[in-house]
Design a protein. Sequence first.
Length: 136
Amino acid sequence: MECWIQWATLASPIISVVAIVVALCVARSSSKDAQKQIIAIYNLLDVFVAANNLDIVEAQRKYQRQLAELDRQIEDAKFKVETVYPFVGGAKIHQIAAAQEKMEQMEHLDQLLAKRKALMVNLALIDDYIKKATRK
């Protein structure tokens, strides 16, 4: 009986080392499988992004065209707001009409600037999407 106890005492650390080595091998192979699955998921995401990128790029171009047109309109509106007509004078009704027209021009400029801000937000969102979609 003491012989069996001595053999068990000697074999116990050896069996523990073998178990640890087997556990490391299993963990390493499952880690490789997990990496393969992650690569497969990235490939599927690439396909999804590629399918949607045409729509995203087209939307980006549309917003950029709108922004360019809006910038021209803003420049025209700023010019009208900043232009002072030296011949405004005379009757009070003409002065009131000129002031009213200037207020309308300023309101129009404010509306254009608000629309530009919304377009800039949309373009920033698209840029963020593209950056996230192409990052690996």
